[in-house]
Write a protein of this length. Structure first.
Length: 197
C-alpha cells in the first residue's frame, strides 16, 4: 500500500533513528510509518480512546492526554521531532502548545489545513456559507476545529515569535503546490525550530 503524500513528506523531514513525539496522533498511522520507514523511537499523545486502541494494536506507545496540558511534564529537548499534524487548529491554546513543543523538541513539524484555499473562499464568497471540503469535511455545528487559519496566518505567527521556518511544503490532494500556496493548497506542512537570540 502506498503511503499518503502528506505522510511521505513528513517522513522525509524526519531523520532516521530519532526520537519523535506525535501530538494528537490519532490512530497512529503516521507514527507507525515513521517507525517502519525511519526506525524512529516514537510515542504519541491522544485524547480519543478508540484511536488509542488502534495505536496499541500497531504496537505504538501512546499516552492518553490533552495536548493543551500534557507537555509541561516533558524535559527540554527530550525529542528530536515533535509533530502537530492537523491537530493545532483543535487546541484551546495554540501559541502555548507550539512554544511548549519547541521547548521539548529540537524540531517541530506542524501540518495545518488551509482555511483560505480557493474552494473554501469560493464557498464563502459566492455561496455564502461556511466551507466544507475534503480536508474540512465538517459542518459548522459539528466541527472539532476551534481555529481557522491560513498558511499566511501561520507564517506571520511564526515571524512575530521568532520561530524559524526551516521548510514549508504546500499540497493539494496528491500534488505539491508551489504557485500561490495560500490560495491553492489544502494543507501546509512546516518544519520549525526556535531562533537563537
Amino acid at each position: 500500500m502506498t503511503a499518503r503524500l502528506d505522510y511521505t513528506i513528513i517522513a522525509d523531514l524526519v531523520a532516521c533513528g530519532t526520537r519523535v513525539l506525535d501530538l494528537g496522533c490519532g490512530d497512529g498511522e503516521l507514527l507507525a510509518l515513521l517507525r517502519d520507514r525511519k526506525q524512529t523511537r516514537g510515542m504519541g499523545i491522544e485524547l480519543d480512546e478508540k484511536a488509542i486502541y488502534s495505536c496499541v494494536e500497531k504496537g505504538l506507545t501512546v499516552v492518553h492526554g490533552d495536548i493543551d496540558h500534557e507537555l509541561a511534564d516533558y524535559a527540554d529537548k527530550r525529542f528530536d521531532y515533535v509533530i502537530l499534524y492537523e491537530s493545532l487548529q483543535q487546541v484551546l491554546h495554540p501559541e502555548k502548545v507550539i512554544l511548549e513543543a519547541l521547548r521539548v523538541g529540537k524540531n517541530v513539524i506542524v501540518g495545518i489545513p488551509n482555511f483560505c484555499q480557493l474552494y473554501a473562499r469560493y464557498q464563502i464568497c459566492f455561496r455564502g456559507k461556511v466551507p466544507v471540503t475534503d480536508e474540512l469535511p465538517y459542518q459548522w455545528y459539528d466541527t472539532p476545529n476551534l481555529r481557522f487559519l491560513s498558511l499566511k496566518d501561520f507564517r506571520l505567527f511564526c515571524r512575530a515569535r521568532n520561530i524559524h521556518i526551516q521548510k514549508e511544503i504546500a499540497i493539494v490532494k496528491n500534488s505539491r503546490v508551489t504557485f500561490f500556496p495560500n490560495v491553492f493548497a489544502n494543507i501546509g506542512i512546516f518544519l520549525l525550530s526556535k531562533e537563537q537570540k
